[in-house]
Design a binder for this molecule. Structure first.
Ligand code: AMP
Ligand code: MG
Length: 422
């Protein structure tokens, strides 16, 4: 008896257990993922792209002091000319890192530089371009200024005691800047997911090996490596495994012992050398194995022990499509506990796109912005699931949902820019 995971939504619906829609498949995968809970402490530079395992509470105001946003002259807003002009005496200078220590009274101003602390008695800065010098110690200022202009208030960016960054947030370059501005040098982050992957197929050769008739170089391991590297997970490349049940079974258990996620490519169809599904049934649990999509229909997903398993198709484009649509959202959820979908935008198709209703198609497209700001998209040409150049030429997927029966030139389509996968 095979060990099939049934969710409540599929028990009474036999066809669905065999072929799922893209959305349902994505949901059912996420339902089986348990986000990582173990964590480690890292210094800031090492924490880029890592997921916070703690809320960051600000120990201080940012800016710490009210300071000038411009080079100019600081004075009191009460003392601004109401109409006409007024002459002020310059009583000193305030630099960033060297504040003016005196007090500014009516009729006086302080020469001030960007970032310098506002002197006592001042709350307003006049840009130096807006004054007229009357001598070494005097400036003339006209009316039309506003109290507190050109001044950055203490705590206007971050208030002491507020939550600056929340648990599960993935750290960006801006976040490293914020953390350092608070004097925080170390943060607690979740452990990175460990992902083991191997290619399957007797025809696969590694770079440097001679190709006999019908052999192909293994490309899936390289595109998978690239996609995983960008996600900043720990990668364990296990090479090529032959279409041999014993070798595959051994590779399955080795991979599952090392990794949170195991990814294979090839051997998931119904050919005589397609062993992935039966082996997963024997050694783990199958969640489902067909999705109404193109490319990528035969996808075997499930678990081996505590590891999440993805048996991706063999065709190189199908590998990339199924990775971006299913594996990446699952990895993101595993790493952060946050559910995310790639962003989609609308663009006008500049050509006809043939499609039959039934399967969700991910065609490869080139998204462009015309001079007037309009987004247009066109296909990259041949769309076969083995045509990897279609992925290389493309910068987006053109999304053609199950019921779509083709697109005419000038119609609007939904696209997923590749840049949102990073
Ligand atoms: P399969 O799903 O194993 O029947 O493979 C489908 C197609 O993808 C076949 O033409 C395979 O030769 C090709 N293929 C499978 N794995 C790879 C790989 N790692 N690199 C390049 N092509 C592959
Ligand atoms: Mg094969």
């Amino acid at each position: 008896m095979s060990n099939v995971i049934h969710s409540a939504s599929c028990c009474d619906d036999v066809p669905e257990a065999v072929t799922l829609t893209v959305d349902k498949a994505r949901q059912r995968i996420i339902d089986t993922v348990h986000p990582i809970t173990s964590c480690e402490k890292l210094t800031l530079r090492n924490a880029l792209n890592r997921v916070l395992a703690e809320d960051i509470i600000s120990p201080m105001d940012v800016p710490g002091h009210t300071n000038s946003a411009m080079d100019g002259y600081a004075l009191s807003g009460d003392d601004l000319p109401q109409s006409g002009e007024q002459i002020y005496q310059i009583i000193g200078k305030s630099f960033a890192g060297a504040p003016f220590s005196g007090r500014c009274k009516a009729g006086q101003c302080v020469r001030i530089m960007t970032g310098a602390v506002m002197p006592e008695g001042t709350d307003t800065v006049i840009m130096q371009e807006h004054i007229e010098t009357t001598g070494p110690d005097g400036v003339r200022i006209a009316d039309g200024h506003r109290r507190e202009q050109n001044v950055r208030q203490a705590g206007e960016d971050i208030t002491a005691g507020s939550t600056v960054l929340q648990t599960s947030h993935k750290l960006t370059p801006a976040d490293l800047g914020i953390l350092s501005s608070l004097g925080i040098g170390e943060v607690r982050v979740y452990r990175r997911p460990r992902v083991a992957f191997f290619s399957t197929g007797d025809e696969l050769r590694s770079i440097g090996e001679p190709l006999a008739e019908g052999d192909v170089y293994d490309s899936n391991r390289y595109s998978l490596y690239g996609m995983l590297k960008r996600l900043d997970v720990e990668v364990l490349d296990m090479g090529v495994v032959r279409d041999n049940e014993n070798e595959l079974r051994k590779a399955f258990s080795e991979a599952a012992a090392m990794a949170d996620v195991v990814i294979t490519s090839g051997g998931v169809s119904v050919g005589e050398a397609d062993y992935i599904k039966p082996i997963l049934e024997q050694t783990g649990e199958i969640n489902f194995w067909k999705i109404a999509m193109k490319p990528g229909r035969p996808l075997t997903q499930g678990r081996i022990g505590n590891s999440l398993f993805f048996g991706l198709p063999g065709n190189p484009v199908a590998v990339m499509v199924t990775f971006y649509q299913f594996v990446q959202p699952a990895l993101n959820y595993l790493a952060s506990g946050r559910k995310s979908l790639p962003m989609t935008i609308m663009a006008t198709s500049t050509g006809n796109i043939f499609k039959r209703p039934g399967r969700y198609e991910f065609q490869r497209g080139i998204l462009e912005q015309s001079a007037d700001g309009q987004l247009t998209v066109r296909k990259t040409g041949q769309q076969g699931s083995g045509v990897l150049t279609s992925m290389s030429l493309a910068n987006c997927f053109i999304l053609l949902p199950e019921d779509c029966d083709g697109v005419s030139s000038g119609e609007t389509v939904q696209v997923q820019p590749f840049s949102t996968f990073i």
